[in-house]
Structure formats: structure tokens, C-alpha cells
Write a new protein. Structure first.
Length: 82
């Protein structure tokens, strides 16, 4: 998850990224593990939970991102009107 709609313009960088839509979500990130800019691509929900965390935050150089590992953490979601 990006933190603002504007941030998605910098993060959605594949050739087809700007042809979809933005989802506005309220997310309970719980206890957040701060990671390096490269994050940990091998992380799983089970491993994260075993360390006492609910989500990950990292900044790959273009702003903060959050990764959650349980759909139950998404409290609400709707499409974003530009």
C-alpha cells in the first residue's frame, strides 16, 4: 500500500500501470516492522507473525510502502475518483 493517491504515480511504473484504478483503503497495519529499502521478498505472514509483527514498512526510495499479510487488516476499500 502507498500512503497517498499521488504516491501511486511514482510507484506504479510498469508499462500498464496507469491504465487501472486506485483503491482507497483503510488498513489496520498493527505492529509494523521497519525494513530496509529492499525489504525482504522472502517474508511470509507466518514468519512476520512469529517475530511479533503484523505488517512491514519500507521505503524503496520513492516513499513509504506497507505490506500486510492478512486480508482481515483491510477495514474498508473503495475505488478512488480522480
Amino acid at each position: 500500500f502507498a500512503t497517498t493517491p499521488a504516491a501511486t504515480n511514482k510507484k506504479a511504473i510498469s508499462p500498464h500501470s496507469h491504465t487501472g484504478f486506485i483503491i482507497v483503503a483503510t488498513v489496520d497495519v498493527g505492529k509494523v516492522l521497519q525494513m530496509t529499502s529492499t525489504c525482504d521478498r522472502s517474508m511470509t505472514g507466518k514468519n512476520l507473525s512469529g517475530q511479533g509483527y503484523d505488517s512491514i514498512s519500507f521505503n524503496p526510495g520513492d516513499g513509504d510502502e506497507y505490506s500486510i499479510y492478512s486480508a482481515d487488516r483491510v477495514l474498508s476499500a473503495k475505488d478512488y475518483s480522480r
